[in-house]
Design a binder for this molecule. Structure first.
Ligand code: ATP
Ligand code: MG
Length: 423
């Protein structure tokens, strides 16, 4: 047999249903905040990610599924969503033609990382991008929408950590200070950091090995007055929106394009892969990719990790309401029409195989978790009726004419949902 690839997994029911619920919650929240869906391709030109995400980032340097296609083109499976959204924004002139610059996406991302709990090579992200709004209210709105989404999906126990990385000007000055500092300590740095400090000294701050001690010891970035004002306004507005957060000046994000506000949402319930979401402002990216000057902010939340946090929550009952059973081939034709009629009436219904014995079909009915079995035996076939049998509680079986079956079941379901629960 042929197995799936390492790091690529099948989402089986009922876990697949968790994903559907999370996505449904997200769509509802996006609707409230005026975000519209943007579906971008899974495969793009490799240079899109190299130029936007950045060539010294882990994602691009080590984790990208990049290859030369049959036509000799250098392509890559998207490792993250922002570059494609920005490309689409520029390519379709969405700043002029779009409604408000607010877009969301839901889809698979691909990163060739070492697979482990909460880390896969194909995983699902839900992302939001707000392009063209420089105001701190856009930052606070984006972060508070994220918190709302996590709440709506039922994810609790998360903490929001924010920081500001300043603008290009703040960063230029800091880059020199940090570079001087790191050069003096090159022998203390890990191999990859030593190799890239000249190209991108800031990356060392986000390194899994060197980041922690550098956070303690390295000189800190100081914000220019405009960036300081932006960051404090963002915090004030987060307060106004009732969002709890912590400022952590050592938070740096692993992508090159971030400016000003950056943030992460973490959950202690996740263990070592504790990040649920990452995001921030990227005020210069659209312009640097050939578009108009369009400051922007966005985030991406990992659905796989959200699903881990929801795993133990009870799933809504997805069992069919009725299960149709037939005693003969002829009865099977009537039964098939009955399943169709039940579904048309909005009552979830299922059946197994009308050619099997009644006993075997009743076993399938029990296994399905259905509330009622509707049985067309020989007598019912002659009379044009079906027998209604509760599979949840003992009681009398009743017989109803086939055309009345949907309304009878609707009444029975309504009555049982109004009944107080057993003491
Ligand atoms: P990490 O520090 O865990 O590697 P990251 O900084 O690489 O995270 P981002 O690029 O910010 O992650 O992506 C946003 C979210 O996508 C993460 O918080 C996480 O929930 C999810 N995510 C990232 N990589 C993976 C992966 N390989 N498998 C599953 N989810 C992932
Ligand atoms: Mg990562």
């Amino acid at each position: 047999m042929i197995n799936s690839l390492r790091g690529f997994r099948d989402l089986l029911p009922p876990e697949s249903d968790l994903f559907t619920r999370i996505e449904a919650a997200a769509r509802e929240v996006f609707g409230l905040y005026g975000y519209q869906e943007l579906r971008v391709p899974t495969l793009e030109k490799k240079e899109l990610f190299v130029k936007s995400t950045g060539d010294t980032t882990d994602i691009v340097e080590k984790e990208m599924y990049a290859f030369t296609d049959g036509g000799g083109r250098e392509v890559a499976m998207r490792p993250e969503g922002t570059p494609g959204v920005v490309r689409a924004y520029i390519e379709h002139n969405l700043g002029q033609t779009g409604r408000n610059g607010k877009f969301f996406y839901i889809g698979s991302m691909f990163r060739a990382e070492r697979p482990q709990a909460g880390r896969y090579r194909e995983f699902t992200q839900i992302g939001a991008e707000h392009i063209g709004n420089p105001s701190p209210a856009a930052d606070a709105e984006s972060i508070s929408m994220l918190v709302r989404l996590l709440e709506k999906a039922g994810v609790a126990g998360c903490s929001v950590v924010i920081n500001s990385l300043g603008c290009a000007e703040c960063r230029k000055a800091y880059r020199e200070i940090l570079l001087g500092y790191l050069r003096g300590r090159a022998e203390k740095l890990c191999e990859p950091c030593r190799g890239r400090i000249e190209r991108n000294p800031l990356r060392a701050l986000d390194c899994k090995t060197d980041g922690p001690w550098l956070a303690q010891e390295a000189p800190k970035l100081s914000l220019c007055p405009a960036c300081e004002t932006h960051f404090s306004a963002t915090q004030r507005l987060l307060g106004a929106a009732g969002v709890a957060y912590q400022v952590n000046t050592s938070l740096v994000r692993g992508l090159d394009y971030y400016t000003n506000t950056v943030f992460e949402v973490r959950s202690s319930a996740l263990g070592s892969q504790d990040a649920v979401c990452g995001g921030g402002r990227y005020d210069d990216l659209v312009k640097s990719m050939g578009g108009p000057a369009a400051p922007a902010i966005g985030w991406a939340v990992g659905v796989d990790r959200m699903a881990m946090l929801l795993k133990d929550k009870p799933a809504p009952d997805s069992a069919p309401k009725t299960f149709i059973v037939a005693a003969s081939k002829e009865a099977g034709d009537k039964a098939f029409a009955l399943v169709t009629a039940m579904r048309a009436a909005g009552i979830s219904s299922d059946f197994s195989n009308f050619e099997l014995s009644l006993k075997s079909q009743m076993r399938s009915a029990d296994k399905s978790g259905a509330t009622f079995a509707l049985i067309i035996g020989e007598d019912e076939l002659k009379a044009g009726t079906c027998a209604v049998k509760s599979l949840k509680e003992h009681g009398e079986q009743k017989t109803v004419p086939l055309p009345d079956a949907p309304s009878t079941i609707q009444q029975l379901l309504k009555a049982s949902s109004e009944k107080p629960p057993n003491p």
